[in-house]
Design a protein around this ligand. Structure first.
Ligand code: ADP
Length: 501
């Protein structure tokens, strides 16, 4: 308590001590100064008090200095009266200089406080930046790890394929392994792009009323290898009548497959997974439940955040980048729906429930589908333009196998030169070409009347809405994102071919 009081009055104690010291010095100087400069040394006491004790102490020192000078130095002695005009002038100068001193010290102190505050804020900011930098590094390490995972078996398989060319069965198993790992790689990249698209508000849905049961069927089929590999028992409780939702079919397959893939991943071998679809109060409700590792109450909300994982340690059992559930939630919200996680705790399984508004399905119209087999692939001619020679050559090989006539160009000028002598039906044109980019090549082809009717398809790694808009503007007919599934590409060429032939 005493210390607090001393602390509180320290400034005033400084002021009294400084004024007393100044008075003592002034008395010593009396024989020399006599009645001249009555306030001279008291300036020093004001400065010292302002410096050590602050504004209030300096003000007190100034008042005490005035009283001391009036009482002890300015005649008449032992009285506070000031009669001489010269002494009044000295007092005025003393008051002005004292006030300026006080204001200057106060301003300096204020600037110092602000600088200290800024420095504390900067320190906090630096800490936050350091933390997020560390998180970014950790995430990059995780990403590298997840990308390396499928790359290692691909590299080994390709090496082995060269050695067992004559062993058909083994060759086929290796090819299937490469295919599986590649789709894993594509999924990682797609998830990253999807999350970034959503965060930038660029995710667009192509919504149509369709039977939600189809999305579930497609997701189960897609994940069957993963389910079989972990020997899970999957039970489907799906109604016999259609369940109509207004949605983007591809995106809703992604929602169901992410939930199912998680159940398969976070449930120990030979676990039980149940997919249950029902309707309630105008909503389609899909529940994917498992008897796996479960979720702690504290993690239930967090797992839907992008990049969040309950276990992101090096020793974790499962791969993944913490994007799947974030995408599920984002896609459900874009479909005017919701997703929830329910679990009785660690080790007690989990249940993920998706709710989507129900819609009436239109009566199916009869469509005459022309058999694809009737289309003669040998009548299709294609030019491939890609500066990545391996990509161009392998695609050329694939389409040649299908019987098509292929020409390859490795840059824009080469493609334009070749087009002077031939007229393919399709041009599969990469956009990121050196020198002249794909947009420019497409524009030049469109300006050439000899190439009227040619279908230009962008085959590119750039798949955002802005890229699609630009390619349309440049004259492309279609926009396909790499890596393209070979059978889809062949199907695309087949589908468009009859009109262009
Ligand atoms: P990832 O699986 O790549 O880590 P997700 O976004 O799909 O990312 O899932 C986030 C986290 O939620 C997972 O790391 C896991 O801890 C938890 N999780 C998801 N699904 C399940 C499930 N069926 N059972 C238990 N935990 C789950």
């Amino acid at each position: 308590m005493r210390n607090v009081l001393v602390e509180h009055f320290r400034g005033y104690i400084f002021a009294i001590a400084a004024t007393a010291a100044a008075l003592w010095v002034r008395t010593l100087l009396d024989p020399v100064l006599q009645e001249r400069l009555p306030f001279g040394v008291f300036y020093l006491s004001v400065i010292i008090s302002a410096w050590l004790g602050g504004t209030h102490a300096a003000a007190v020192a100034m008042v005490l200095g005035t009283l001391a000078a009036a009482h002890f130095i300015i005649p008449p002695a032992s009285s506070l009266w000031i009669t001489e005009p010269a002494d009044w002038v000295s007092l005025l100068i003393y008051a002005i200089v004292g006030c300026v001193t006080i204001v200057t010290f106060e301003k300096t102190r204020c600037d110092q406080r602000k600088a200290e505050q800024r420095s504390t804020e900067n320190q906090a900011l630096t800490e936050t930046l350091k933390k997020s930098d560390l998180q970014k590094d950790e995430y990059l390490a995780l990403l590298a790890h997840e990308l390396r995972n499928p790359l290692a078996p691909i590299a080994t398989s390709v090496d082995l394929m060269a050695r067992c060319r004559d062993d058909g069965r083994r060759f086929d198993a290796l090819r299937r392994a490469v295919q599986r790992q590649l789709s894993q790689l594509v999924r990682i990249v797609d998830d990253l792009l999807d999350v970034s698209r959503y965060l930038q508000g660029k995710m667009r849905l192509v919504r149509d009323p369709f039977d939600f049961r189809e999305a579930i069927g497609a997701a189960v089929e897609m994940l069957q290898p993963q389910i079989d590999e972990r020997e899970h028992d999957v039970r489907l409780l799906i109604p016999d009548e259609p369940i109509g939702v207004n949605g983007d079919r591809v995106r809703l397959v992604q929602v169901v497959s992410n939930l199912l893939s998680n159940s398969a991943k976070y449930t120990p071998r030979r676990g039980r997974i149940c997919i249950d679809l029902r309707t309630e109060n105008g909503f389609a409700i899909l529940a994917v439940s498992d008897n796996g590792v479960g979720i702690a109450e504290g993690d239930r909300a967090r797992i839907f955040e992008a990049f969040a994982q309950v276990d992101s340690s090096h020793t974790r059992d499962h791969g993944g980048l913490g994007l799947g559930l974030a995408l599920v939630r984002q896609l459900c919200e874009l479909h005017d729906g919701t997703v929830d996680a329910i679990s009785r705790g660690p080790g007690k399984g989990s249940r993920f429930e998706v709710r989507l508004p129900l819609v009436e399905l239109p009566t199916p119209s009869v469509r005459v589908v022309k058999s694809r087999e009737l289309v003669d692939l040998a009548s299709i001619s294609v030019m491939i333009v890609d500066d990545n020679r391996d990509a161009a050559e392998t695609l050329s090989m694939l389409l040649t196998f299908e019987g098509m006539k292929i020409t390859v160009a490795y840059d824009g000028p080469m493609a334009i030169d070749l087009l002077r002598r031939q007229k393919p039906q399709f041009i599969l044109l990469d956009i990121g070409l050196p020198g002249m980019d794909g947009y420019e090549v497409a524009r030049r082809i469109r300006a050439d009347q000899r190439q009227d009717g040619v279908k230009i398809i962008a085959l590119t790694g750039w798949g955002g809405p802005e890229d699609r808009r630009r390619s349309k503007e440049a004259g492309f007919d279609d926009h396909v994102v790499k890596p393209v599934d070979p059978s889809s590409l062949v199907a695309l060429l087949r589908d468009v071919q009859p009109q262009s032939a």
